[in-house]
Design a protein around this ligand. Sequence first.
Ligand code: SAH
Length: 582
Amino acid sequence: MIGLISATAAGAAARDRLAAAWPDRARVYDGPVGDAVRRAFAECEQLVCLLATGAVVRLIAPLLGDKATDPGVVCVDESGRFAVSLVGGHGGGANELAREVGELLGAEPVVTTATDAVGVPGLDTLGFPVEGDVAAVSRALLDGEPVALKAELAWPLPPLPVAAEGAGGAEGSESGEGSYTIRLTDRLVERVAEREVVLRPPSLVVGVGASKGAPVDEVLGLIESTLGAAGLSLKSVAELATVDAKADEPGIVEAAERLGVPVVTHSAEQLAGVEVPNPSDAPLAAVGTPSVAEAAALVRGGELLVPKRKSERADGQPAMATCAVVRRPGRGRLAVVGLGPGARDLLTPRAKAELRRASVLVGLDQYVDQIRDLLRPGTRVLESGLGAEEERARTAVEEARKGQAVALIGSGDAGVYAMASPALAEASDDIDVIGVPGVTAALAAAAILGAPLGHDHVSISLSDLHTPWEVIERRVRAAAEADIVVTFYNPRSRGRDWQLPKALAILAEHRKPTTPVGVVRNASRPDESSRLTTLGALDPATVDMMTVVTVGNTATRDIAGRMVTPRGYRWQESAQQQEGAQ
Ligand code: SAH
C-alpha cells in the first residue's frame, strides 16, 4: 500500500490525483501531518508526502530503521514540479515510485542514488537476493575500479561494468585479496569476503513429495537439511515442485510460503514420463507416478544435484516427506528491438528499457551508433556491417543460448523486413524471446504525409535480393487489382533501378494518373524530406534506398496538401459518384 499525506490545498489536489490513479494501491492519511506520516510509515510499503523535504526528513528521522525494511519515501513539492526519491531508493522502490509520480503529476523525478544516476544497475535491484558489502562494491563499480565477476553459472544478468567475466577458477585466482568481486552462485559461501557481494540467482528447483498431513516442520526441515548438506543456498531456491494432487498439501504450501517461493505442480502423467534414478511403488499407488520429488524437480530439465532424500522423524515413525534438488540453467533472453525510424523520441520507452537490460547488443553498426549513448557501461557490443544479416542473427541466438541477456536491434520495427525472422528461424525453445515493436517506416512516413493508410494497405519490398521478381510482381498486381494502398520499401538502389517504374506501371493500369503518391525520405531523421506527387508525375529517379513510396488507392485524395485515404467505402462511393456527376 502507498500512503498519501498532504498538508495544503494544493498538496491535497495532487494527492487526490494520485489516489484516483491508484484506487487499489494507495490510501490517504488525513489528520495532523506528523501523526499521518507516523501511521503511514508503520502501515505502508511506500509513502508519497506532498510536503517539503525538510518537514519529511524531521518527521521520519526517528522512525528510520533498516534500508531493507523501511518504506520507500517520495516527496513532492507544493507546486508539483519535483518528485524526490528521499529514502529507500532501491529496496523501498522510491526511485521507481518517483518516476511513476512524475509521470502522473507531470513532475520531474529527482533520483540521487548513484547507481541509478549513472546507469549502473543497483546490485540490489537485480531481482534476486544479495549478500555482502553491496555499498562498497557498488561504489567500486561507479568509480570505475576493477570489479571481477565470478559467475559459477550462466545467467542473463544486465550489464555490469566488470573487469573480467569468467567461471570462478583461473580468473578467480587472479583477483586476490583486496580486489572487488561479484560472485554469482547458488552454493553456500562460508564467509563472504570483504569487498565481495554474492548474488543468488533463482537456479534451484526443489522437488517435494509429502504424505497427507505431513507437518510443515518436517517438510521444511528436510529441505533445509538437504540443501545444507549439499552445500547449496536456500536463497537460490526458485520454487517447490510437486504433483497436482499435492497442490494444497498444507505442509508443502506453508514451507513454500516460509521460503517465499511458489509451489509449481505437474500432472501425474507428466511426472510418470520423466526418467528418474529412484522410482518407487508407493507414490505410483497413491498418486499415479513412480516418482514425485525427483520427477517434479527434473520435469523442466536441469541437472539433478541431490537425488531423493527422505525426512527423518525424531519419533522413529515412517518419513512423511521426500525431496530432490535440481539446478536449472539460466534461460538466456533474446530481445528483438525495433529502434523506430530514427528520431530518439520515436524510440519507445520499452525499447529503451530493453537496450539497458541487455548485456550483449547485436546490430548493424549504423543502428548501434543511433543508440550507443543509451547503453549501460559494460554492455558488450557486437556490431557488423551491411549484409552480415544471417551472421548477426546467428550470433544473437548463440549468445542467448549461453545464458546471456541479448538485444538484437533493427531500424523501424525489427520484424518488418529485418532481423526478427532470421533470428527466430535460428532460435530454439531453450531461450526466452521478447519482441519490442517499433515504428516502422510506412507509419512514420504516413504520419508525415497525412492519413494515407486510412483504409486497407500493404507493404511491398521491391528488393529482389531474397525474392524472385515474378513473386514481387504478382503481389503488386494483386494489390493493384484489389485497390489497396501500397507502401514500397527498398524502392530503388544503384543496382536496382527498373523495379520501381515497373511496379508503378502495374498500379497505373488500375489507378488514374492523378492518384496521390507520397514520397518520404529519411523520415524523422535530421535530413527528412517529403513530397506529395501523383502516379503520373512521379519521377522514379528521384527515389533512393532511404525512401518509402506510398501510392494511394482510387479513393485517396490530396486535401490541402495532405494525402488522405477515406476510412469508409461509403465515403469512397459517394466521392466517386460526385466525380462521375461532374
Ligand atoms: N525494419 C525497417 C525496414 C527495413 S527495410 C522498418 O520497419 O522500417 C529498409 C527500407 O525501409 C529502406 O530501403 C526504406 O525503404 C525504408 N526505411 C527505413 N527507415 C526509413 C526512414 N526513416 N525513412 C524512409 N524510409 C525508411
